[in-house]
Design a protein around this ligand. Sequence first.
Ligand SMILES: [Zn+2]
Length: 441
Amino acid sequence: MTTRLYYDQPELLEFDSAVEEISDMSGSEAGAGSRPALILRETAFYPTSGGQVHDTGWITVVGERVRVAEVVEAEDGRVVHYLETPALTGAEAHSRTGADGRFSIGAAVHGSIDAGRRRDHMQQHTGQHVLSAAFIELYQMPTVSFHMGEDYCSIDLAAAALTAAQVEKAEKRANEIVAANRPVRIRYVRREEAEKLGLRKLPPAERDELRLIEVTDFDLSACGGTHVGATGQIGAILLRKSEKTRQGVRVEFVCGGRAVAAARRDFAALTEAAALFSAQMGDVPEMIRKTFEESKGWRRQRDEALEELAEVMARAAVRGIGSSGDRGIGSSEPSGAVAPAERIVITRVFADRDAGFAKLFAQKAVRAGAGIVALVGSTVNPPGVVFAQTPGGTGDMGALLKQALAAVGGRGGGSRDFAQGGVPAGCDLEKLLRDAAAQIL
Ligand SMILES: [Zn+2]
């Protein structure tokens, strides 16, 4: 069991110790992903546990400074320091652990914790205690879990719902405790004693002695993490997103330096948005709302104009074929033929209008008279075809389309009067429509 210096000295960032165990140095048992690791007699490195992520830093052995990339807690209580150094071969391991004495059992080492990272973790973790206690004090919402990520932290509350006003009030209360700079104390008590103290959080019954973290006159809970010495060091607690989860409500938050960084990012984004609108920052939501409304209006006008255009083009196409009796089929200009039994077949490929317009054109065309079949395509990505006939016509557009698509590897379908589908890019639509028209004529 490694002695954990951070339990009683959370401010300790430099320490001396000795190598107690060397793991994974040999090439024989080491898998491809294995890393050298050290276990020390005592350590100030915090291993990932209780929602708090591990420290990083350096271990110096006989003048060699090696990066500590990850620290984990073994089941038996040992703290394992994974080193960021190339995996050693068996021969090297032997010489390094034997001949030159480095990494040998008992060798003196010096540990240095990455101070910036640790202080950040202490701010987030202590902030979490304060925030969890604020949710209890105000709304009796207990925290069921805590997660510390690289960018933000979150707590899960056992609550059915959380309003924006509640979020704001909890944030305000938590920051009052920060501003009051209440001392954060560590003490140890027997389990029976702890049960009488009314802790916010009591761990599962496995240990006789509990380490308690007390935010003076505000929160008392059992915890093995690292915390700041007084709440003022948390800096600030900023609540971000809150969302419903299966178990309750998840609240994202950031503390101290992270809160400042988040505010800076938000400010930069908002400044950029305001500049785009040539507006004041506070006016950005209103500007966005106005732009949405305007674009909705433009879209409606565009749709109406397209519909009118399709109508005009379709009528012109039907009229042109009906009067001239032009039997030519397949040009990208409207073309068609008068089929037996007074059937008019129009084919048309659009290279500058999408499949949506092709559909509009086909729908307008078949409504322009009796016995009309419109075979229309668009080469605009994604390319597609629409086959339609005047409702109740004698053809079967669904079957015709299926046959046409089968030949080119397209997909789609429909009814007797209307069918549509997609075709692979580069497909010769002129030919496809010509072949389909030939089936009817
Ligand atoms: Zn804690």
